[in-house]
Design a protein. Structure first.
Length: 209
């Protein structure tokens, strides 16, 4: 599959490497693609750089993995190219707080996946890859049984495709339902940034319902 990664930070680079190992082709994008040569070189011939709009237009499926304070800018570039295309929303609605740490930038009762669906109404949004720090992705990918769980949420026809990509990255997919059910994927939650097996993750989600 040809996967366009919007955002060349730690999450994008880590998943690019894991998906290339699984046989996928990667288009890694940046506002300044000319700066990606050092990132692309170790990824080999299965990866290339592009602008955000080019990646969105060419790829079969997109991973949106930008910092939330740049998400609207990224959306402006990809929106013309995502009609009926799966966009994996790996963003977290956080920003740095003036007093230190981070804070949510959407309402406490809002669900980030639904917010993203409103921002990209013509795309097929699947929420995934939001709950684990990049270091945990690197450390626990393809861990021997039991694998580490990766929750996702969206329309069933779309989550089945993304679940395969989660498996290719070395994690066990746990489908939590539709985007309306995806609040546990947003910070703060009982599963956010927790290294859990599928059974542990399901148990924590059940206790919060």
């Amino acid at each position: 599959m040809k996967i366009g990664i919007i955002g060349a930070g730690d999450v994008g680079q880590t998943l690019a490497e894991l998906w290339i190992q699984a046989g996928h082709t990667i288009i890694l994008s940046s506002r300044h693609p000319e700066t990606l040569s050092d990132v692309l070189q170790p990824l080999g011939s299965s990866a290339k750089g592009a602008t955000v709009a080019q990646a969105a237009a060419e790829a079969e499926i997109l991973l949106l993995a930008v910092s939330y304070w740049t998400v609207d800018e990224a959306i402006a570039h990809i929106a013309p190219h995502v009609d009926d295309k799966i966009v994996i929303d790996a963003t977290n609605p956080l920003r740095y707080a003036e007093e230190g740490g981070t804070e949510r930038v959407i309402g406490d009762q809002e669900i980030a996946g639904l917010v993203m669906a409103n921002k990209l109404p013509n795309a097929r949004i699947v929420k995934a890859f939001t709950t684990l720090w990049t270091g945990y992705l690197k450390q626990h990918a393809h861990r021997q049984s039991p694998q580490i769980a990766m929750p996702l949420a969206g329309a069933k026809a779309d989550t089945s495709i993304v679940a395969d990509l989660i498996q290719d990255a070395g994690f066990e997919p746990v489908d939590l339902g539709t985007l309306a059910d995806s609040r546990p994927l947003d910070p703060p939650s009982a599963i956010w940034n927790q290294v859990l097996t599928a059974d542990e993750l399901r148990a924590r989600v059940a206790r919060t319902q």
